[in-house]
Design a protein around this ligand. Structure first.
Ligand code: F6P
Length: 322
């Protein structure tokens, strides 16, 4: 006999590995005796009652797909109490006893609001930015970093041929993790992130001038989206140093592509854990990673946590990029 239905949705910006989470949620749910439903386009789908039945075969071969087969959207209506009540009503009409929400902090706020309307929800961190304070890892981060690294390697080929400086802007609105890890892996001369105060003269111009004296002839500067200004920075570097400079904004290329092994494995672990929590009768929890292990936190506690930037890694980058 069915234990009721579990619905799964993806919300906010998509991330590689979201499909791997959906697959894990659907298969774990079926294994535990639940009926499984997918919701199209996040919270908007709950409001439009856009549910699709999911069986074992409906998630075949999606583990390697980028994007989200359930689509994603942002919903203004769901931010209102009336919207949340309507979504909860639709869930109850569909026999939904729990919802798994894959997304970022905004999506978790939605999950908390829906839980408050009597529909137990569990959040899973899915965003390329790695900006969820409660979790040392978010699904999509590894794939995005690898894409950014590959792109910067290509930019370096042409930058080197012309003895230029390339300023590369990577995604990360509030979080410099993509910039930091990409910068280290590509030997960037300077890395600018929103978490660390910097001074263009000391942290960019002087570093370029000093490393040039040490024989370096081409330069990569990685800038996080949250810092921005990469086009102006390239112009300024050229003006101050005389080194021809170009800016590239990588943009949404970082959000696409087949997920890496790490993203597929973490997605599978987190999807499994979320269903396990619902099966244990839990609600308003976020699945997270701590010290490499899967854990879970109360959503409010998770949302109140402060992200800690890896300043040691930042200092490693500063020391070795000469
Ligand atoms: O949160 C992921 C992210 O890719 C950010 O790095 C970026 O600022 C934002 O989403 C872009 O969102 P959108 O695709 O809606 O413009």
């Amino acid at each position: 006999m069915s234990k009721g239905a579990i619905a799964v949705l993806t919300s906010g910006g998509d991330a590689p590995g979201m499909n791997a989470v959906v697959r894990a949620v659907v298969r774990t749910g079926i294994n535990k005796g639940f009926d499984m439903l997918g919701v199209k386009r996040g919270y908007k789908g709950l409001l439009n009652k856009d549910f699709v039945e999911m069986d074992l075969r409906s998630v075949t071969n999606i583990i390697s797909l980028g994007g989200t087969v359930l689509y994603t959207a942002r919903s203004k209506e769901f931010m209102t109490l009336e919207g949340q009540q309507k979504a909860a009503k639709h869930c109850k009409e569909m026999g939904v006893m729990g919802v798994v929400v894959i997304g970022g902090d905004g999506s978790f706020m939605g999950a908390r609001a829906l839980s408050d309307q009597g529909v137990p929800c569990i959040g899973i961190p899915g965003t390329i930015d790695n900006d969820i304070a409660c979790s040392e890892y978010t699904v999509g981060f590894d794939t995005a970093m690898n894409t950014a690294m590959e792109m910067v390697d290509k930019i370096r080929d042409t930058s080197q041929s012309h003895d230029r400086c390339s300023v590369v802007e990577v995604m990360g609105r509030r979080c410099g993790d993509i910039a930091l890890q990409t910068g280290i892996s590509c030997g960037a001369t300077a890395i600018l992130v929103p978490e660390v105060d910097f001074n263009i003269e000391d942290d960019v111009i002087s570093r370029i001038v000093e490393t040039k004296k040490l024989g370096k002839q081409h330069f990569i500067v990685v800038v996080a989206e949250g810092v921005g200004g990469s086009v102006d920075l390239a112009k300024y570097i050229e003006k101050r140093t005389g080194i021809e400079s170009r800016a590239t904004i990588l943009g949404h290329v970082q959000r696409g592509g087949s997920p890496t092994v790490r993203d597929r494995v973490v997605a599978s672990q987190m999807g499994y854990a979320a269903v396990q929590l619902l099966d244990e009768g839990k609600s308003k929890r976020v699945v997270a990673m701590k010290d490499g292990k899967i854990v879970d936190y109360d959503i409010t506690e998770a949302l109140n946590m402060k992200r800690v930037f890896d300043i040691d890694l930042y200092n490693v980058a500063k020391t070795i990029s000469m």
